[in-house]
Structure formats: structure tokens, C-alpha cells
Design a binder for this molecule. Structure first.
Ligand SMILES: Nc1nc2c(ncn2[C@@H]2O[C@H](COP(=O)(O)OP(=O)(O)OP(=O)(O)O)[C@@H](O)[C@H]2O)c(=O)[nH]1
Ligand SMILES: [Mg+2]
Length: 454
């Protein structure tokens, strides 16, 4: 079904919609060059070499629509491995619309979301996880998310999986062979070697699955709520982190009533800081609403930065609050970071596990940033493969489960046919990631999330 549709020549705008200095329209398919040539006044494009650019105008009958540059890529030397023409025109939405209609009238059809990349995958230019990385790369908005998408697009992750898959296929074939000789009770696949290999694979899978926690954080940004009692300096800290006067600061308790959020990037990782209303019992309806919202944010954040005044005596109160927060972090799988503020004043003894800063004087802010990076374990994993795609994690999880059944089957010996079945299943899930095993539904599902023109 897919291969049939693939014969069509497709067209779409590759640059964002709206006015720009230039817009790029992309044509891909057998007839791409012929269609472009049929409306081009300039050289005969069908007689030109691949990877050349040609200046001329595009005409609709006698009407000149625009002066354009035509870039030619002749199959298979293009992104989709088909004939591709990229038309750089002036970036007016009128011109772009007119040109796309013109190409359609000459036999192209509008591309569906992700169809260019889907063709690149179907024609063997990229494997599936690399194709998905294209979408991530386009969406990346921080240095770290760019880095992981780039690594995945270049195939780092796929290569790692391919190696594991090949080794596993080797054993699968030996176990299959045993099935043919089942009467004779022979073992072609050395169980010890097989066990060692599968244990190694399970280890790699466990690491990859775990990396998703970090991968997700890198992709979405890390929400950090700044919570604490009124007047401890939460807004002052937000301003210090952002390096601007974002939130109002005053010595009146209850200054911040709504939540204020803003993002900064620390060593390439996006952190979203949320300043909140100070927590206290209050009669004021608006302030009470703010406090309610504070708890909402505490529950949604990956890190709870609990700020307190180093110069205040809290007695058991602080210890009780810490206990309550620990219940929340355990429930939500989030992290608690205790920070004592106003270290410039005479301070009273503070809990050993807390850091100490002065938001007002900017003391300890750099250390606080480093601490945030440590909490998400970025530095120690920065050079490893980091998973960012939920589909991959799910497939790896299933693969791991199947392999654990194989290990069980080796320990409490089961017949080869059971082993063969589980190994096959594990291979299936590994194959689903790179797309060596795929279904039309899976592909539709993945590529429909792309934008048109990608
Ligand atoms: N000495 C000293 N004062 C600080 C420090 N940080 C904040 N303050 C002062 O503490 C007061 C309260 O600061 P805010 O940042 O408004 O405190 P907050 O926690 O946001 O207060 P609410 O919004 O009312 O909950 C202000 O007068 C700040 O100047 C600090 O590190 N040292
Ligand atoms: Mg405040």
C-alpha cells in the first residue's frame, strides 16, 4: 500500500508558513524535475546535472509569478533518494500558495505530514529511529536536546542496537537448529555463552531504559518549584537565577500571590523555575488561592527547591516540613533540595543536608546551579546514549522482559522451542525500534506527528 503511494510526486513548503525573506518549496518523486521544468523559464532543467542550482522565473501561462532558484537533486542522491527539486522563492504567502497550486496542477500532490522523511526511511536513507530524530532535531530548543537528537540522527543509538541484535540472531539460529534435531537432544547453542551474552544485553537495555528519565528531562526542560514560607527570599532567588528583575520583591510577607515562571539554560539544559506564593495559613482569599497553587506546582515539579531563612529559628517546624515534603517527593519520584537563604546575616544552625546561599548578594548561586545539574545526573551521563523517545523505551522494556524469560529458561532448563520463541520476541522488539520490522500502522502513527514539509 505504501509503495504504491510512493510513486506520486509530492510537494510542500519546507520553511515555516508566514512571510520571510525566502521560502523553500520541495518537490520529491519521479516527476519532480519534469514538473518543475514545465513551469520554469530558464535552462532546461531535465538536461542539468545533479546538485546544481539554476536561476530563472516561474510562469503560469504568460504570467510571471516569481524569480526563483531551482536546486536539483537527482535520484538517488537526495534526502528521499528520489528526484528532488527545492525551489527557493520570495517568502510571500501569496507567491508560495500560487506556486504550490501550480505544481499541483502539473501533476504533483500535496505531501502528507512527515512524508518526505517517511520516503527517506522507506528508501533506506535513514532507519526509523534516525527518522524520528529528525523531528526531535527540528523541535530542539536547547543545546542538550540538540545534542541527543543529533546523536540519534547520526545513528549512534541504532548502531548500538544493531550490534546487539546481530549477536542475538546468531544464538537464535543455533537454537532454531536444535529444534530440527530435537529427537537427538543436542545443544548447538552453548548455554553459558548464551547466558553471558543475554545478561550483557539486559544490562545495556537497563541502562538505556533508565536514560529515558534524563532524556525526557532534556527534551521537556526540568521544572523546579521554589517553595517556602513568606519572606524567605523566593522571588529574590528567582531574579538572581534569571539575572533580571522578573518578580516583585518586598519585605512584606505575602508579596507573591500568583506563580511566576521562567526558563534559563544551565550548561545547555533547560530549567523552568517557578516562584510561588509563600506557604502559610491566611485569611486573605487571594493569598489562600496562591498557596493552593503553590502545592499544585510542588506536585508537578521534578525538583522542589525548599527555601528557608538561615537567620530564623524554626524549631521542629522545619523538620516537620521536610518530612512532609519527603512524602511528596517519594510519591512523585521528584527530588528535594533544601536551601538556606540570607547566609549574609548571622545564621543559626541549619540542617546538614542543606546548601547555603545569599540570593540578595548572589552568593552560592553558581554552586546551586551545579547542584541542580548533579541532581538530574546530567554531567555523568553527558557522553552516553540518552533515550528521548517513549516508543523506544516501551520496545526496549518488552525486549528486556523477553530476554529475562530466556535467562529463566536457561536456569530452569526448558526445551529449545521455548527459548527460541522468547529470543524471537526479543528480536522483534529490537527490530521495531530501527524499523527493520514495521507495519503500516506504526509508520502512519510515527510520521503523522511530523509537520507537513518535513
Ligand atoms: N539579607 C538578605 N535579605 C534577603 C535575601 N534574599 C531576600 N532578602 C530580602 O527578604 C525580603 C523578602 O524577599 P522576597 O524575595 O520578596 O521573599 P519571598 O519569599 O518571595 O516572599 P513572599 O513572596 O512574600 O512569599 C526582601 O526584603 C529581600 O530583600 C538575602 O539573601 N539576604
Ligand atoms: Mg515572592
Amino acid at each position: 500500500m505504501l509503495s504504491n503511494k510512493q510513486q506520486d510526486t509530492i510537494v510542500a513548503l519546507a520553511t515555516p508558513t508566514g512571510a520571510g525573506a525566502i521560502g523553500v518549496i520541495r518537490l520529491s518523486g519521479t516527476r519532480a524535475i519534469e514538473i518543475a521544468n514545465s513551469v520554469f523559464r530558464g535552462k532546461n532543467l531535465e538536461a542539468q546535472a545533479s546538485h546544481t542550482i539554476h536561476l530563472g522565473s516561474i510562469v503560469d501561462g504568460e504570467q510571471v509569478i516569481d524569480e526563483v532558484l531551482m536546486s536539483l537533486f537527482i535520484a538517488p542522491r537526495s534526502y528521499t533518494k528520489e528526484n528532488v527539486v527545492e525551489i527557493s522563492c520570495h517568502g510571500s504567502s501569496y507567491i508560495i500558495d500560487k506556486l504550490i497550486r501550480l505544481f499541483i496542477s502539473k501533476g504533483a500532490r500535496p505531501a502528507k505530514p512527515g512524508e518526505f522523511t517517511m520516503r527517506a526511511f522507506l528508501n533506506g536513507q535513514l532507519d526509523l529511529s534516525q527518522a524520528e530524530a529528525v523531528a526531535d532535531l527540528i523541535a530542539s530548543s536547547s543545546e542538550a536536546s540538540h545534542k541527543v537528537a543529533m546523536q540519534q540522527m547520526r545513528g549512534g543509538f541504532s548502531n548500538e542496537l544493531k550490534k546487539l541484535r546481530e549477536e542475538l540472531i546468531h544464538f537464535a539460529s543455533l537454537v532454531e537448529l536444535e529444534l530440527d534435531f530435537s529427537e537427538e537432544d543436542v545443544e548447538f547453542a552453548n548455554r553459558e555463552l548464551m547466558q553471558t551474552l543475554i545478561e550483557k544485553i539486559v544490562q545495556v537495555l537497563t541502562r538505556l531504559i533508565r536514560s529515558f528519565e534524563l532524556g525526557n528531562v532534556i527534551k521537556q526542560g526540568v521544572p523546579v518549584v521554589i517553595a517556602g514560607k513568606p519572606n524567605v527570599g523566593k522571588s529574590t532567588l528567582l531574579n538572581a537565577l534569571l539575572n533580571e528583575d522578573r518578580a516583585i520583591v518586598s519585605d512584606i510577607a505575602g508579596t507573591t500571590r500568583d506563580t511566576i515562571e521562567d526558563e534559563i539554560s544551565i550548561q545547555g539544559i533547560k530549567f523552568r523555575f517557578i516562584d510561588t506564593a509563600g506557604i502559610r495559613d491566611t485569611e486573605d482569599i487571594i493569598e489562600a488561592k496562591g498557596v493552593e497553587k503553590t502545592f499544585e506546582k510542588i506536585n508537578q515539579s521534578a525538583i522542589i527547591l525548599y527555601l528557608f531563612d538561615a537567620a530564623e529559628t524554626y524549631g521542629d517546624d522545619l523538620a516537620n516540613i521536610i518530612k512532609d515534603l519527603q512524602v511528596i517527593t517519594q510519591k512523585n519520584n521528584s527530588q528535594l533540595l533544601l536551601v538556606a537563604n540570607k547566609s549574609d546575616k548571622n545564621h543559626i544552625s541549619i540542617p546538614a543536608e542543606s546548601m547555603s546561599i545569599s540570593a540578595l548578594q548572589g552568593i552560592g548561586i553558581k554552586e546551586l546551579e551545579q547542584k541542580l545539574l548533579d541532581i538530574i545526573h546530567y554531567t555523568e551521563h553527558a557522553n552516553e546514549t540518552i533515550l528521548t523517545n517513549a516508543r523506544h523505551v516501551e520496545a526496549l522494556q518488552r525486549c528486556k522482559e523477553a530476554l529475562e524469560r530466556v535467562l529463566n529458561g536457561i536456569h530452569n532448563p526448558v526445551t529449545s522451542d521455548f527459548l527460541a520463541m522468547d529470543i524471537k520476541e526479543a528480536l522483534h522488539y529490537l527490530g521495531e525500534i530501527t524499523g527493520s520490522i514495521s507495519t503500516d500502522d506504526l509508520l502512519e502513527n510515527i510520521f503523522s506527528k511530523f509537520c507537513i514539509g518535513k
